[in-house]
Design a protein around this ligand. Structure first.
Ligand SMILES: *Cc1c(COP(=O)(O)O)cnc(C)c1O
Length: 191
């Protein structure tokens, strides 16, 4: 039986909330003609975001997908390398691995935490494993210190925290336990 559109109850991931200074700041960018990456708001945002999440450096780029891609490039990951990715995530987590020519190794997610587990990651590790991309799915933080114990020496953690801005684990904002973490400010994310 076809579901009529009016019968579908929509549950949004998150709604944009643009009732602060957003209009004022965007207008300021246009009025001053600073609409490039060197405008003063970009640096202010990077500094404020790093301070708020408790990390040393935050770098902006065009979106969360590009951030994942750049993170892997920056770590020299490429053909012949394997990167472990949860099978339940937004496709960008796996796409980034294929952009750099590395091999995606999918692992199942835990039905309660919705996240990868140290056990599943340990079972997927091979001599070619260079990184894992744990995803804080729907705001559920991955326990990164526990995950690290499952990784071989030298393998890195690139945390995909696109859906979890504001979430903390062991008192630390998501991303703070990883080698690199990526975020997204797409309209349906938590900031
Ligand atoms: C949204 C999302 C991304 C990609 O972010 P964009 O800014 O839309 O490119 C990556 N990973 C996850 C888990 C996401 O939810």
């Amino acid at each position: 039986m076809a579901i009529q559109n009016q019968d579908v109850r929509r549950i949004a991931v998150a709604y944009p909330d643009l009732q602060g200074n957003e209009m004022k700041y965007v207008t300021d960018c246009i009025a001053t003609e600073w609409v490039s990456s060197q405008g003063p708001y970009v640096k202010r945002f990077e500094d404020a975001f790093a301070e708020w999440t408790g990390v040393e450096h935050a770098i902006t780029c065009s979106n969360g997908t590009a951030a994942l891609h750049l993170a892997l490039v920056a770590q020299g990951i490429g053909p012949g390398d394997e990167v472990i990715v949860p099978s339940m995530t937004y496709v960008a987590s796996a796409n980034a691995v294929s952009y750099v020519g590395a091999t995606v190794v999918l692992v199942d997610s835990d039905p309660t935490s919705l996240n990868v587990t140290p056990q599943a990651v340990a079972a997927a590790v091979t001599a070619r494993t260079k990184a894992v991309i744990p995803v804080d799915l729907y705001g559920m933080p991955v326990d990164i210190p526990a995950l690290r114990d499952a990784l071989p020496q030298g393998a890195i953690v690139v945390e995909d925290a696109a859906e979890a801005i504001g979430a903390r684990v062991r008192g630390t904002h998501v991303g703070g336990h990883s080698d690199i973490a990526t975020f997204s400010f797409f309209g349906n994310k938590t900031l």
